[in-house]
Design a protein around this ligand. Structure first.
Ligand SMILES: Nc1ncnc2c1ncn2[C@@H]1O[C@H](COP(=O)(O)OP(=O)(O)O)[C@@H](O)[C@H]1O
Ligand SMILES: [Mg+2]
Length: 162
């Protein structure tokens, strides 16, 4: 992705309907795996973003799948979105094991896998792909967490007026 061998296929998308659609899918996946799922999508109906909807979808799905995989039955997963200073802050948050400060510095590196994830399958590539997708759009993503207190990923998207 960093070599520029791929190109974003950007289009103007209505963010509220995009997020409502994925929230319905996440709700279904979460209930199959017995996670509590809650979404609070508080953005005006006319907000549009320039995005490659396939890639944005993949990025959010990666975050959601991590939330599913690193939690247990009856844990909670939240999808939220709100506007702040012209940005749309999306968050995918879970009540799973959380991460230490030291781990948070490494999780976006390709092939990094946390110590608590040995029982899970994976190659440690998901979050580096998520970050590449978000940055390719000119956006940023943050992670915060405390051990035992869950994990929250917050992609900040730039919206364009109507
Ligand atoms: N929601 C989460 N809760 C706890 N740890 C997480 C979460 N998401 C990611 N991680 C940590 O970040 C590491 C890297 O994630 P990722 O790049 O998606 O790789 P993978 O899922 O293949 O392990 C994971 O191995 C795990 O340690
Ligand atoms: Mg992953």
């Amino acid at each position: 992705m960093e070599t520029g061998e791929w190109k974003l296929r950007q289009e103007r998308i209505n963010l509220l309907s995009f997020l409502n659609r994925i929230a319905r899918i996440y709700q279904e996946d979460a209930s199959v795996l017995k996670r509590e799922f809650n979404s609070r999508i508080k953005i005006p109906p006319d907000i549009k973003i320039e995005a490659d909807s396939n890639l944005l979808n993949r990025a959010l799905e990666n975050l959601f799948n991590n939330a599913l995989r690193f939690t247990r039955e009856s844990d909670s997963i939240y999808l939220t979105a709100h506007l702040k200073n012209g940005e749309v802050l999306i968050s995918i948050e879970d009540t799973g094991p959380g991460l230490t400060e030291a781990e948070i510095k490494l999780i976006f590196e390709p092939f990094y896998r946390g110590t608590s994830s040995r029982r899970e399958q994976g190659f440690g590539l998901g979050l580096s792909i998520v970050k590449s997708i978000i940055n390719a759009h000119g956006w940023e993503i943050k992670a915060d967490s405390r051990p035992g207190d869950g994990t929250r990923f917050t992609p900040a998207l730039i919206s364009s007026a109507t």
